[in-house]
Design a protein around this ligand. Structure first.
Ligand code: SAH
Length: 252
């Protein structure tokens, strides 16, 4: 049997938010490669060989997947959400690009998943009803100055935004600085939402404004959503408000 690499987005958490095509590919895998918590989550009842690794070893993990496929294994490289959104997909292609020539002949397929930005947006209403962008605040793979420039540019052109990887033990101050930079360009009334562990039992969503948002409201499992000047809240008695950004801008 010939090997293959399936790059699989697991979705945000809830079983029924995993795309059926991704779930089928996962069942057929002989080997799972990915960040330990993710592979453990999926492998428990499937009897596959697990190759877990630390979150920072993405290129090694990608190379291992390609090597295993070369040996004839059906390898599933798993990411939470979508593999193409700050996940393993680009790492596999980087490894292929710079790796063994025969890796280009392997059967590789990417299976999309529901990324955190889509799951969080659906939970909140429609915060991304108009143009928006996603930015990872992790400076592990890019300089902090680049990130801050992108955040600033997004605010200046009126994008709503979703911040992935907002904070961690090793990156405690970045989110605070990003919020401070946004306050230079946007009114304090702009809605900010902290959407934690969306679609999981521990899900928690907090609503605030740019003026009041504090970095401590986020953790590693939170997606931070910043509206634009048009983003609105529909208040409801005893229930979370709906958040939406109108489809039209400035008389358009
Ligand atoms: N590939 C993933 C993102 C991985 S980066 C995706 O497409 O969703 C990890 C970051 O994703 C976390 O720091 C957090 O910001 C976000 N994230 C992942 N799952 C989430 C969830 N269920 N709820 C909220 N944010 C989530």
């Amino acid at each position: 049997m010939s090997g293959c690499v399936d790059i699989i987005g697991l979705g945000p958490g809830a079983e029924d938010l995993r795309c059926p095509r991704a779930a089928r590919a996962l069942e057929q895998a002989t080997d799972l490669v990915g960040y330990v918590p993710y592979v453990e989550r999926v492998a428990a009842d499937m009897g596959q060989r697990v190759h877990g690794s630390d979150n920072r070893e993405e290129i090694m993990r990608a190379r291992l997947a390609l090597e295993l496929a070369e040996q004839g294994r059906r390898v599933a490289v798993v990411s939470s959400g979508d593999g193409g959104v700050f996940g393993m997909a680009a790492a596999v292609f980087e490894a292929m690009d710079h790796g063994e020539p025969q890796w280009r002949d392997l059967d590789v397929q990417v299976y999309p998943g529901v990324s955190a930005v889509l799951a969080a947006a659906a939970r909140l209403g429609a915060p991304f009803g108009n143009d928006f962008c996603v930015i990872s605040l992790s400076d592990n793979l890019k300089p902090w100055g680049v990130i801050l420039n992108r955040v600033e540019a997004a605010a200046q052109v009126g994008f709503a935004m979703a911040f992935y990887n907002p904070i961690s033990k090793s990156r405690p101050w970045q989110l605070g600085e990003a919020l401070d930079r946004l306050r230079v360009h946007l009114p304090g009334s702009v809605p900010v939402m902290f959407a934690r562990a969306v679609s999981r039992p521990e899900e928690h969503v907090a609503f605030t404004t740019l003026g009041d948002a504090r970095p401590e409201q986020a953790d590693m499992r939170t997606l931070v959503i910043v509206g634009n000047a048009e983003t609105r809240l529909i208040e409801r008695a005893g229930r979370d408000p709906w958040v939406y950004t109108p489809r039209s801008v400035g008389g358009g």
